[in-house]
Design a protein around this ligand. Structure first.
Ligand code: SF4
Length: 495
């Protein structure tokens, strides 16, 4: 545990973290982990965070050393996609029982499970996750993994992020540390080149990175490792030979990017593939960093040409939605998704932003949003569900874009809602992703169901006397009479 504590302290001191830079030494030492509220849905433990980051490595077996529920709670909670291997979707756990704990059988059971996986699946590597119970009873996972790796001749990677260590975000970072300590730099590629890059913190949700990769392919840029979306073990093991890194979700893996820069001199930048300007900016930054590291400067011109072509196509497609969406009011309660690029693109087609959360936006992003929003008070860190519901009930928005946890607030207010967080079913990255996002907003807003659910229910309709019924409504009244057997048409009125 002392090595885990040292690692956590090291993570709290991360100099590349923007929030950390604004803190004094004492505040940095306290870290970012907030105590959890008993009874509240905590949003995942450190183990869950580590699993989120590593599970998308698709050809690896992910073995959870824990009682059954830890794996049950964390398995497949995101819609990340694989272009090949399916082993990552098979659930492996040692299923520790009370008897194992009492009899001290944990380490033996873990070793046996590693052997069974090796014999049945022959994966290129096995990732072993520590959790609360084995950490509390003192199972030495690192030693078991080392012994198993020697015995079975394959990498067995310990991921030391037991749930009680802290938040989901801390677990994300501990997963990055596990890659740094045990995986990256352990294989030498024989095809390293000046156009190789790493993408960190890209999860390939709903396969959205596949909307971006063709753009990189056209520029001759090779993604040596995408960590973790659709990743392969050997690609990650040789990620140290990339020339530049783009960090997509900086809160998850900024420590990994900075340490790779320190150790292997790979420069990094934080960027986003959400929105048109976001995607163009990211492509330009990648090209610039590659040139800085020795690539031919002609790539800059080719990048500009590709951006011009793709932006023209995207704006043409978006123009078709302008007449349908102009003046519509959107409330963005995104949390994780980079708000700035989405805000900018939506405003470009005439959508009004009546509020946007900036909780996970960088300081730079907040400045940009402040500049383009009409009212500064349309930016908020977080909004309590009660306030969110009040705002939606007052009809101050036409749609809410958010994560699944707040969807019922919008639905209760009888308002269209679109999932924009990790459980979403549509890819929103790159130019085509932005067009898809706008298409989904259009579909949601114009779905006829909203008109129907907002109508007063028939049982709240005022009775209208037969002789007062307008003659033109006879047909509607007749239909209602059929739907409500036992009630005569004369009893019914207009809704
Ligand atoms: S908090 Fe501990 S016991 Fe609960 S899921 Fe996380 S690792 Fe498992």
């Amino acid at each position: 545990m002392s090595s885990l504590n040292a690692k956590i302290q090291d993570l709290f001191n991360e100099p590349a973290c923007e929030k950390n830079r604004g803190k004094d030494a004492k505040a940095r030492k306290r870290g970012c982990t907030k105590p959890l509220t008993p009874g509240a849905a905590a949003g995942g433990c450190a183990f869950d965070g580590a699993k989120i980051v590593l599970q998308p490595v698709t050809d690896v077996a992910h073995l959870v050393h824990a009682p059954l529920a830890c794996e049950g709670n964390s398995w497949d909670n995101r819609g990340t996609a694989s272009s090949g291997p399916t082993l990552w979707r098979t659930s492996f756990t040692t299923d520790l029982t009370e008897l194992d704990v009492v009899m001290g059988q944990g380490e033996r059971k873990l070793f046996k499970a590693i052997r069974e996986i090796k014999e049945a699946y022959a994966p290129p590597a096995i990732f072993v996750y520590s959790t609360c119970v084995p950490a509390l009873i003192g199972d030495d996972i690192e030693a078991v993994c080392k012994r198993a790796a020697e015995k079975f001749g394959l990498p067995v990677v310990p991921v030391n992020a037991p749930g009680f260590a802290g938040s989901k975000n801390l677990g994300n970072k501990l997963a990055g540390e596990a890659l740094l300590d045990h995986v990256i730099g352990t294989a030498e590629p024989d095809d390293a080149g000046p156009y190789d890059i790493n993408i960190l913190g890209e999860f390939n949700l709903s396969g959205e990175f596949w909307l971006v990769k063709p753009l990189l392919d056209r520029l001759g840029i090779r993604v040596r490792a995408s960590i973790p979306g659709d990743a392969r073990y050997l690609d990650i093991a040789s990620a140290h030979r990339a020339r530049a890194t783009m960090v997509v979700c900086s809160t998850a893996l900024i420590n990994l990017a900075r340490k790779m820069e320190q150790r292997w001199d790979i420069p990094f930048f934080e960027g986003s593939f959400y929105g048109i300007s976001g995607t163009s900016g990211a492509l330009r930054q990648i090209a610039r960093l590659l040139v800085k590291k020795g690539a031919d400067s002609e790539i800059l011109g080719r990048t500009d040409a590709l951006i011009a072509e793709e932006e023209t196509i995207a704006w043409q497609k978006l123009a078709a939605y302008r007449p349908r969406l102009e003046g519509k009011r959107v409330l963005l309660n995104t949390g994780g998704v980079k708000s700035w690029s989405v805000v900018h693109a939506l405003m470009e087609i005439g959508i009004e932003i009546v509020g946007t959360s900036v909780k996970k936006s960088t300081i730079e992003d907040k400045q940009r949003i402040k500049k383009i929003l009409k009212h500064e008070n349309h930016m908020f860190e977080t909004m309590a569900p009660r306030d969110l519901y009040a705002m939606l009930s007052r009809d101050e928005a036409d749609i809410m874009l958010s994560g699944g946890r707040t969807q019922f607030i919008a639905l209760k207010a009888k308002l269209p809602w679109l999932d924009i967080n990790q459980e979403r079913h549509h890819p929103y990255a790159g130019y085509d992703g932005m067009v898809e996002l706008v298409r989904q907003i259009d579909l949601a807003i114009h779905n006829p169901v909203w008109r129907q659910v907002r109508e007063a229910p028939p049982w709240e309709c005022q009775p209208v006397l037969a002789d007062e019924s307008p003659s033109t409504n006879n047909e509607t009244t007749a239909v209602q009479a059929i739907n409500f057997a036992g009630t005569s048409a004369d009893d019914l009125g207009e809704c």
